[in-house]
Design a protein around this ligand. Structure first.
Ligand SMILES: [Zn+2]
Length: 460
């Protein structure tokens, strides 16, 4: 067996126990009640980094704390910056069946608990990869800086300022982004693109106040119906987004990219089972994986009007609100998409409709595509060694992240290496991490530093 895989396998129980201890800290983002937990989570990680021989600092950022762990191989060695996060999504404890969100449980080869996969498992895999290289080789062959932020789940509102403030300390030759999923535990493939994301909230107003429908039904505007009409107009029968101009910026899907996706072992039934999505739907003319990674989407995340909770009051509601999530692909840009949405709703809503459309452009994230070349080759070799399996195909990441911000700030290319799986229930109940992914993921990371050091040191 590969010595790195063997070493990490021997320490997998210990690594899992450490992860469980960390997951028990409810570092929920964007919740004032949990600010102390975010701070505790940051200090926990800093301690874990120091135990692995790294220098660690906790950096205050906005309402949270980021952790910077630094491993130095010397001034001549190339440098990688790793990005991940330790904050987690909020929970609905009543919907958790396997465990309480913050009382981690190990079961059937998985560790359950909020943040186990998104993204504490990924961040800790990095720390343990460096531990393995310290134990086996005396250290990594390149400089590694682990930046684990604490505001990812609220859209990283102060990350840009944090990067700016510590720009010199974070300077790097390559960025490794570890907040993504792998294709399958037994079919590793590199992620080479990430969709962008932007949210919009549409509120349609009706009467001045909730009014008993028995008094006015049939005589006034019902904002729930007006909103439903507008949302129904978003897609045509072929599943295409009807917002004018929406596809103008979309780069054409090349034959090469199509064949990279097609090379992944994909079975529609298996996909539906793993994602618990029941049925496959979407844009005609594209495969499921093409829709997922190379096509932009508009989805409705929530729809609120009237009395969604408690006893119905039989009133025509004062207003109706929908929250939209827009996923973009290269080369769309958020300001253009925002403009297109404004134009679209102005045209589909009745002229007399009173409404507001709020688009969070500032916390939106642009899409990103990794360049192909020797760095990607290094990542593929690292995955093959870390998983001890052949790499077939290449994939994308359907969700967003601050990839574009990182690459612009440091003028360095990004490689994606995550340890999650689509079936891990990110942001949902019963989140868990497959312990095989923790093992193979950490082994791949350790191999990546070896492979990258070789590629980067050979550069003129
Ligand atoms: Zn995440």
């Amino acid at each position: 067996m590969d010595p790195i895989r063997e070493h990490l396998h021997r320490h997998l129980d210990e690594l899992t126990d450490r992860l469980a201890e960390w997951v028990a800290i409810p570092s929920i983002a964007g919740d004032a009640e949990h600010q102390g937990d975010l701070r505790r989570s940051a200090h926990w990680l800093a301690g874990e980094m120091r135990a692995a021989g790294l220098e660690a600092s906790v950096l205050e950022s906005g309402d949270s704390w980021a952790v910077l762990g630094e491993y130095s191989a010397g001034p001549e060695a190339p440098t990688a910056l790793v990005y991940s996060h330790h904050d987690v999504r909020t929970v609905k404890p009543e919907e958790w069946a396997e465990t309480e969100p913050f009382i981690p449980v190990r079961r059937d080869g998985r560790l359950y608990g909020r943040g186990a996969s998104d993204a504490k498992g990924q961040a800790l895999a990095h720390v343990w990869a460096l531990r393995a290289l310290r134990d086996l080789d005396g250290g990594a062959p390149m400089n590694v800086k682990l930046l684990i932020e604490g505001e990812e789940e609220t859209g990283s509102p102060t990350l840009a300022a944090l990067l700016e403030k510590h720009a010199e300390r974070l300077a790097c030759d390559v960025i490794v982004f570890s907040d993504t999923v792998q294709w399958k535990a037994d079919a590793p493939a590199p992620v080479t693109s990430m969709r962008g994301t932007v949210n919009a909230t549409l509120t349609v107003r009706g009467p001045d106040r909730d009014v008993h429908s028995g008094v006015v039904a049939g005589t006034t505007v019902n904002p729930a119906i007006t909103l439903a009409h507008a949302l129904a107009a978003l897609h045509d029968e072929q599943g295409r987004v009807r917002v004018p101009g929406f596809y103008d910026g979309v780069a054409e899907l090349t034959d090469e990219r199509r064949s990279e996706f097609a090379a992944l072992p994909f079975d529609e039934h298996d996909w539906v089972v793993r994602t618990e999505t029941r049925v496959v739907n979407g844009e005609e003319g594209f495969t499921v994986l093409e829709r997922l990674w190379a096509r932009p989407t508009v989805e409705v995340m929530s729809l609120i009007a009237g009395d969604p909770l408690g006893l119905p009051r039989s009133v025509i509601p004062r207003d109706a609100t929908a929250n939209l999530s827009i996923r973009t692909v290269a080369d769309q840009r958020i300001p253009a998409v925002a403009e297109q949405l404004r134009g679209f709703f102005a045209s589909v809503l009745p002229a007399e409709a009173e409404y507001s459309l709020v688009i969070d452009e500032a916390v939106g994230q642009e899409p990103y595509e990794s360049p192909s070349g020797p760095l990607l080759g290094a990542l593929e070799r690292a995955l093959e060694r870390g998983y001890d399996l052949p790499v077939r195909g290449r994939m994308g990441n359907a969700g967003g992240g601050p990839a574009d911000l990182l690459t612009r700030t440091f003028d360095a290319p990004i490689l994606f290496l995550g340890t999650g799986l689509p079936e891990d229930h990110w942001h949902s109940s019963d989140e868990s991490i497959d312990l095989r992914m923790l093992h193979s993921g950490a082994a791949s990371i350790a191999h990546l530093w070896r492979e990258l050091a070789e590629v980067l040191s050979a550069r003129p």
